[in-house]
Structures are given as C-alpha cells and as structure tokens.
Design a protein around this ligand. Structure first.
Ligand code: AR6
Length: 513
C-alpha cells in the first residue's frame, strides 16, 4: 500500500460510536417497524419485537407507504380481497413443500396466482433443475420453500405496519429487524408487491425499481446467463441461511439530502488534504468499520434484478437485505444519498461481472451497535453515466460529482464522533465510463472537505496505487487545500485531451494557480 497504514484510519469497529436510545428518536423522520430495542452483548439472543404487539396490523395504503399485499385495500376488480387469494395459494404451496411434493410448476403457479399475471421463470427453473445437486434441490423445495411461504404469509404479524417509502427529499429513515426484512424479501420472492411491475411514464412507481423477483427469475430461452444463475444462487443461499437460523439483528435505510446551506464554497475552502491509504488487492466490502461506498445507480440496485453483475449488483446479492432498498427508495437526486446500515453478508464470491460465482457460505462477524445493527455502513453513491467521455470535464458535471461525493461523505453535525474512514475506489469508472484520475481527485476533495480519511482500493490497478499516491504526496508537500484542488479542476476543463490530470497537477505548482 501507499499512504498511512490502515491502523491510522478511524474505524468504528475499534471505536464503537455511542448512539442515542431508539425511544428518544423522533418518529417524524424516523419510522421504526420494531419497538424500542436495546442490544447488549451480554444478551446477544434478545429479539426485537414488532412495533404493534399481538399480531395487530395497522395498515397504511397511500403514496407515502409501501403497499403491502396483506392490506385490506388491495382488492381485485370485482371487489374481492387479493390477500385471501394469496394466502390460499401460499398455504397450498407450503403444504406441498412440507410433504416433499412441490415442483417448479407449483412455484410458477403460485407466483402467477399471487401476482395475477404470467411469468417466464426459466432462470429459477434452471437453478433448481440443473444447477442444484439433487440434495440441494430437495432441501430447497421442502424446508426452505416452506419457510419462505411462512414468512410471506405472516408479513402482517411480523411487520405490523408497512414501511414508509423513502421519497425524494424526505430525509427519512426506516429501521426494521432482520426478521422483518426476511418477511418482506419473501413477499418479493412471490412477487406480491402490488403496482410495482409497471414503471412506465405516468405510472405510480415510475421513479422506483421493481422489488419483485419476477425479472430475477426470468431467463429467456436459455434459462439465464451463467452469472445471473450465480446471483440467484447467492440470494437463495440467504434464504437457506435464514431458514437454518433467523438472524436477530436490526437494519436501517436512511435517505439523506444535503441541505442547500451546507454546500461548501469550494473555491474558498482552506481545508487541508485528508489522510489516504491506497491499495490494490482489497475490496470495499472487506473494509470493516469504514463507510463503504456502493457504486450505485440512481435507481438503487441498478441491474441487480436483471443481468447486471458489477460492484453494486454483487454487493446486493451477497447482502440480500440491501435488496429492500429497491422496495423503499425513489430515484436518488444529485444532492441525495441512501445509507444502508447493518445489513449482513451471507455469501462469499469469486470472479467479477461475467465470471462472477457464488463461492461459499460467509459468516459475518461484524460487531453490533446498541440498536443491534452490524457496524456496517454502506452509502449508495450514484455517479453520472458518461456515454460521451469528454462531457465529464465540464464544470457542471464535475460539480455534480463533487456534491454527490460530499453528500455521501459528510457527517451531519449531530454525529461528529463518527468520522470513520471512507472505503472507496474507481467510482463511476466501470459501467459508467468515468476517468479514474478525475474521480480520484473529486473523491479526495470531498473527503478532505468532510474531514475524513480516504481508503482508496484500486481493484488490482498497481499503476493507480503509485500514480495517485505520487500526486497526493506532491499536493501534500505543496500544502494544497480544497480550494487549490478545485482550481486545478477548473483549469483542466480545456486541457483534458492534451495531458492527464495527474501530470497536469504535478507540472503546475500550487503557487502558480
Ligand atoms: N471493491 C473495490 N473496487 C471495485 C469493486 C469492489 N468490490 N468492484 C469493482 N470495483 P462499477 P460504476 C472497481 O462498474 O462505473 C452498476 O450496474 C472496478 O475497477 O460497478 O459506478 C450500478 O447499478 C470497477 O471497474 O461502477 C450502476 O448502474 C469500478 O470499481 C453502474 O453499475 C467501477 O465499478 C455503476 O457503474
């Protein structure tokens, strides 16, 4: 590596932050699906309870909440309730699973009855009938499938209220137990979330992803690409694990919008450069205790339900609770980001993109905070997709990326003891076609302005380890500040096709700016 050792980077696993009691959190901006809960390591088996007790379900059915399939307001055209049809269908499948008689056709029939439409589920079929061993298939078709049915059937009792949608500008957080997440994911498995299949302009959920698994299960004539099958294998491994033992932790999804008054005056900022650690062989998800960046799509999850298989999609299938962000989050705006807090990792993997494979079970030993959430903080940071590479050097686009990165890195004033390091890398430089040098400098500016150390993982790029550190060291020796870095970028707008950004910086003394 180059730069400071990792031991010098603030890490929340080594210095767990103190967080306020759940009961003292304002419900106006933070919705809990659980009762106030306190986790202590002396009672690690304590289970969070649903917000409303004794099987009570309090419904909401409007544009501010997830429309749950168990709602009384979810009705057919003829006025009958859909939930009773869904229940009947799931109970039938559950019975078949328990008696070892369920087949792929039964699953297909259930999904079609529940969703009220027909689907091609060739990828699911191929996983079950060709990829799985006889034992794996038998286990899934009986024990795991029966449990997925139970979790979906009990979504009203398990969740007790629908989660709110995290709409544009809402600054809302939602906190739930891992069991509630499992129940919602089981509903997604059977494609139970209404109105979410249609993302056409003018439809209610045009600005959301479809959280239902219908496209994940779909595979065309060949039954899905090899990597899509492997993604499905990861997600099914999660269902296998929660069937063996339901995890008892807590997770949160937090939508955050940078207030206008907090946008820095970049060209006046005299903040010094933050510390950096640059290395090539580690991945972001391995950086426990740091804020881990998800190279996101503004529609969170990107292609996870389809063929996509790069950083974000891989992260979401090895940590499937993150898939619930597709259920909750409206399209992310330039001055917004989404934090995924506490999600557990269940699978390890090998390969990347078309060579991606589920590798093995993964035991996630990340310690928990006092709410029972794993100290795993991920932030969805969506870059601009540059179809025309030269457009990334305009002031407008550089500013957009800078504000995006700063929104993700900035620590709100109330949480000042939480300035953990940031684990990032070639953000926006794969599928989105950005330039690595430009994105490295933009992230360096944002982290420096936020006063947080940067761990930069170059994804096997040794050249970048050396060249980024060389330019950083030069800037450090020159005592460059945030405003100087911004000036370099401003001047570079007309030079990008003549010289690399790093060379330009090194050849231009700060004093001459
Ligand atoms: N750790 C560190 N670096 C990584 C990792 C990892 N685990 N995985 C990849 N990289 P990409 P983007 C490096 O293409 O360009 C998705 O569909 C590697 O060098 O995932 O921002 C989203 O949903 C890789 O080339 O991010 C969006 O639609 C680079 O990071 C879209 O892709 C960029 O990874 C975002 O594209």
């Amino acid at each position: 590596y180059q730069g400071v050792p990792l031991s010098e980077i603030t890490n929340v696993c080594q210095q767990p932050p103190t967080i306020i009691d759940m009961k003292d959190v304002c419900e106006r901006t933070h919705t809990f699906l659980i009762k106030p809960f306190k986790y202590t390591s002396t009672d690690p088996d304590a289970e969070p309870q649903a917000f409303y007790e004794n099987g009570t379900y309090v419904d909401e059915w409007d544009q501010n909440y997830v429309r749950l399939p168990c709602s009384q307001s979810y009705i057919n055209k003829n006025g009958t309730q859909r939930w009773s049809i869904i229940q009947e269908s799931l109970i039938k499948l559950q019975h078949l699973a328990e008696t070892h008689m369920a087949s792929m056709d039964d699953i297909k029939e259930t999904i079609e009855e529940c969703a009220g439409r027909n689907y091609e589920l060739n990828c699911l079929e191929r996983l079950l009938n060709e990829v799985y061993t006889v034992d794996e298939r038998a286990h899934f078709m009986s024990i795991v499938l029966s449990n997925i049915c139970t979790l979906a059937l009990n979504v009203d009792k398990i969740c007790s209220r629908p989660p709110p949608l995290l709409r544009i500008g809402s600054n809302r957080t939602v906190t739930m137990s891992q069991k509630q997440a499992a129940s919602l994911l089981s509903c997604a498995f059977f494609c139970l979330f209404p109105r979410r299949f249609n993302q056409k302009v003018g439809s209610e959920y045009e600005n959301y992803q479809n959280p239902n698994f219908n496209t994940l299960f779909q595979g065309g004539r060949k039954g899905g690409t090899t990597w899509k099958l492997q993604k499905l294998k990861c997600v099914f491994h999660y269902f296998h694990r929660i069937t063996e033992k339901m995890p008892n932790g807590v997770i949160s999804f937090r939508r955050y919008q940078l207030p206008e008054s907090c946008v820095p005056k970049w060209t006046e900022s005299t903040e010094p450069l933050c510390k950096i650690h640059v290395t090539k062989n580690k991945t972001i998800e391995d950086m426990d205790g740091l804020l881990q960046v998800d190279f996101a799509n503004k529609y969170i999850g990107g292609g996870v339900m389809n063929e996509g298989c790069v950083q974000e999609e891989i992260r979401f299938v090895i940590c499937p609770e993150m898939l619930l962000s597709l259920l909750l989050c409206e399209v992310i705006q330039p001055n917004e980001c989404i934090f995924l807090i506490g999600c557990e990792r269940f699978s390890s993997y090998r390969g990347y993109s078309t060579s991606f494979q589920f590798k093995d079970n993964y035991i996630d030993e990340t310690p928990k905070d006092s709410w029972g959430r794993k100290l795993c903080h991920v932030v969805a940071m969506d870059a601009i997709a540059f179809y025309n590479r030269s457009s990334q050097y305009t002031i407008k686009n550089m500013k957009r990326e800078l504000i995006k990165a700063y929104t993700c890195f900035r620590v709100p004033a109330a949480l000042t003891d939480l300035k953990a390091g940031i684990a990032t890398g070639n953000w926006g430089c794969g599928a989105f076609n950005g330039n690595k040098q430009l994105k490295a400098i933009i992230q360096l500016i944002a982290a420096s302005q936020a006063g947080r150390p940067l761990v930069y993982l170059t994804f096997r790029d040794q050249n970048l380890v050396l060249s980024f550190y060389k330019v950083y060291k030069y800037l450090l020796d020159e005592k460059a500040t945030v405003k100087d870095l911004c000036t370099y970028l401003q001047q570079y707008t007309t030079l990008y096709n003549k010289i690399t950004l790093f060379d330009y910086i090194i050849e231009t003394p700060v004093s001459s700016l």
